[in-house]
Design a protein around this ligand. Structure first.
Ligand code: HPA
Length: 261
């Protein structure tokens, strides 16, 4: 049976339809993860769900222990993670309610512990393609089977937060080629690669980014749009769980090969 980790972000605090069998509390060499790992079964797969912001939602993006969260999945034997997060839409086609299968990332975070290798070992993982190509393909097929429209690519720019952006920042991010903006995508994605876990990033556009419409941004809008998107997300995930191959054929599983100095 395939086993998949899911990280839920703002407004996605569970997977409807997932029957939880066990809640596992894990401590890691990097401290405590955001929450317990909820283990259950859904659509023929074992699913391990982690709420990124804790329960209830109380951990701010800049305070999340990303290392502990990703390490915890490794300890549970998880090799694939789907990371779901809310994001602001920057480019024209990224409208609230859009589901984006990310393909690139720009990291603008500051000072977050962002590597597992900060003692004696010098490791440089290849991050040309930050998200697992095999998982992205599976999500494309799943969305097609589920009849849910998605964006097949998008560049995510990760900001430090917790404040939202200025209109000028969003204009600059747009010039840099960013399609969506969020606060939690990094270092989550690179940490997974550092320990050879496949990770796919799905961003749900919950609002237009700052300055795009001239309207104030609110967390109510973020939560409501995420809630309204949950059913579509669930239909995609259900298909992903049935489609995902048991064995990995992507390069993520060998990320440490020729990465050590
Ligand atoms: N900016 C940053 N993070 C976000 C946004 C945004 O507009 N929407 C949801 N998360």
């Amino acid at each position: 049976m395939p086993r998949i980790g899911i990280i839920g972000g703002s407004g996605l605090y569970d997977i409807p339809g997932l029957t939880i069998k066990e809640c596992k509390k894990i401590t890691t060499p990097f401290g405590d993860p955001s929450d317990v790992y909820r283990i259950g079964e859904f659509s023929g797969a074992e699913v391990v769900f982690l709420q990124r912001h804790g329960t209830p939602h109380h951990i701010s993006p800049h305070k999340i222990n990303y290392r502990a969260n990703i390490w915890g999945f490794k300890e549970l034997g998880i090799e694939r993670i789907i990371s779901i997060s809310a994001a602001g839409g920057i480019s024209h086609e990224m409208k609230p309610g859009s589901i984006v299968v990310l393909d690139q990332v720009i990291d603008m975070t500051k000072g977050r512990p962002s590597t597992f290798y900060d003692s004696d070992e010098v490791v440089h993982i290849d991050f040309t393609e930050p998200y697992c190509p095999e998982m992205r393909e599976t999500i494309f097929t799943a969305a097609e089977k589920a009849g849910v429209g998605i964006k097949r690519s998008g560049t995510y720019i990760c900001v430090e937060g917790p404040r939202l952006e200025t209109a000028a920042e969003i204009r600059v991010f747009s010039m840099l080629g960013a399609d969506v903006v969020g606060m939690t995508g990094m270092p989550e994605a690179s940490l997974a690669r550092e320990i050879e876990i496949c990770l796919a990033g799905i961003a749900v556009v919950t609002n237009y980014a700052a300055g795009i419409t001239g309207k104030r941004l609110t967390t109510t809008e973020v939560l409501e749009t995420m809630k309204a998107t949950t059913e579509r997300l669930k239909s995609i995930l259900k298909e992903v769980f049935t489609l995902i191959p048991l064995d990995r054929t992507c390069a993520c599983k060998n990320a440490l090969k020729e990465a050590r100095m």
